[in-house]
Design a protein around this ligand. Structure first.
Ligand SMILES: Cc1ncc(COP(=O)(O)O)c(C=O)c1O
Length: 443
């Protein structure tokens, strides 16, 4: 541990305990089962062994994995292996391996999410997936895309461009007036009540990156299902979701969420290779969309081009995967990211992330000069913790925390908040150290 991090933790009196504290409510023995062992082979706190997979600098307490991940060892090793092979034999290695390695990435994502591998497109990021889906939807000028005022720039901008191109309309509703009074039922009801005869697409974000609010996707999907029962296939409402801030945290299978399209980057909470992402579609979703960027791995599209024909059949994950030569060593290291998560266990990751975020929220809620934005309920939140400090702009708080060697971020929205995003790299002692600094920020 470097001096900086030791000093930081010492301010809380927790330096010696750092890493020796299990997540609240769980025994070390239970946590140890099936998890990587700590470096000396003991199982004092198995989360130490998880943290040891990363080469994060000890100079900072890192609370920003929601933006861009540090690669854990298995991902670093896989990238390195592919990079060396590519540097030695670029074209031979590519031609011999690209198809099977992309299929392996799809298979790993499919197994992790409980969906069929052919229904997965491989992208560079959430942003690319969101853009491809909204740009590709076959919309008419009579139809509309319904979204909320609280959604993120990436969704808003993608649907604005889709509307410009197709003539379809965009309508944004306020999802709530007061976030501290919101319930799961109210969210689902508000969306269901806003559906109009022209609504063809509902464009949402699973976990809002402004406030950390997590939407009850299953309830929303159930409400849409009831409305869709009376609609023709071509008029059914499609549920499209930017899922990035629940992906890699929540212990769910995708079919249980009920989305027609789910877009996520793999380089945030999943700790996958930087520059990777996925789009998952249902049959209904794929039938409603066209690719934007030519696929290099869809044989049927190539064959159709050779013969001057239209590719037969509907869009698939492979056909939606943008082609072109790219940073293949990152794409091909995706299976190791899913294996890393499965090795620790999805339920353990969910429990740990929620426990750390819960500890942070409890601490912040008790500070008179802090307004916590994120709901306290686990059903309405995931790993993002957002808040405001009285008398200071979010940017000023983030600067002060950075000076105290804590990496936070400002949510880039018209109404910004400070964000801290604890994850499996962090310890309860780090949360305490951060809380101590936030108490001091106002003093
Ligand atoms: C809700 C949301 N969607 C998308 C993004 C961008 O993700 P990516 O880097 O995977 O494009 C962000 C932030 O980085 C975000 O907060």
């Amino acid at each position: 541990m470097t001096l900086a991090r030791r000093e930081l933790l010492a301010r809380t009196g927790l330096a010696l305990a750092a890493g020796a504290i299990a997540s609240p409510g769980r025994s070390n023995a239970a946590a140890a089962e099936g998890m990587p062992q700590s470096r000396d082979g003991s199982s004092a706190d198995p989360w130490d062994a998880v943290r040891a997979q990363f080469v994060l600098s000890d100079e900072y307490i890192h609370m920003s994995a929601m933006l861009i991940a540090s690669h854990p060892k298995p991902v670093r090793d896989a990238i390195e292996q592919h990079r060396r092979a590519m540097d030695a034999n670029p074209l031979t290695y590519l031609f011999q391996n690209n198809r099977s390695l992309q299929d392996a990435a799809r298979a790993a994502a499919g197994q992790y999410l409980g969906v069929n591998a052919p229904d997965i497109a491989l992208t560079d990021s959430t942003t690319m997936g969101v853009g491809l889906v909204y740009n590709g939807l076959r919309l008419t000028p009579e139809q509309e895309i319904l979204s909320t005022e609280q959604d993120y720039y990436v969704t808003h901008e993608s649907i604005r461009l889709a509307a410009k191109r197709t003539g379809a309309k965009v309508r944004k509703i306020p999802l709530y007036e007061w976030i501290d009074e919101i319930t799961e039922d109210q969210i689902a009801d508000r969306i269901a009540q806003a559906i109009a005869p022209a609504t063809r697409v509902v464009a949402l974000t699973w976990v809002h990156s402004s406030t950390g609010l997590k939407l009850p996707l299953r309830r929303i999907a159930d409400a849409l299902e009831a409305l869709n029962a009376d609609r023709d296939e071509a008029a059914r409402v499609l549920l499209c979701v930017d899922g990035v801030h629940g992906f890699g945290i929540e212990d769910v299978l995708l079919p249980d969420l009920g989305c027609d399209f789910f877009m996520a980057g793999c380089h945030k909470w999943l700790f996958g290779p930087r520059g990777t992402g996925i789009v998952v579609g249902t049959k209904r979703g794929w039938d409603a969309v066209l690719p934007t960027i030519p696929s290099f791995t869809d044989g049927e599209t190539w064959q159709a081009w050779y013969s001057g024909a239209e590719p037969a059949g509907s869009t698939t994950g492979r056909r939606m995967t943008p082609g072109g030569y790219k940073a293949f060593e990152h794409l091909w290291a995706l299976p190791q990211a899913f294996a890393f998560h499965q090795g620790i266990g999805k339920s353990r990751i969910a429990e740990r992330t929620h426990a750390l975020a819960g500890q942070m929220k409890e601490g912040l809620a008790a500070m008179p000069h802090v307004t916590l934005q994120t709901p306290r309920s686990d059903n309405l939140s995931a790993g993002i913790v957002s808040f405001d400090v009285e008398g200071l702009s979010p940017a000023a708080v983030v600067r002060r925390l950075r000076d105290r060697r804590i990496v936070a971020s400002v949510a880039p929205y018209a109404v910004p908040h400070v964000r801290l995003t604890p994850c499996i790299q962090n310890t309860p002692a780090e949360i305490e150290a951060v809380l101590l600094e936030i108490r001091a920020v106002a003093a």
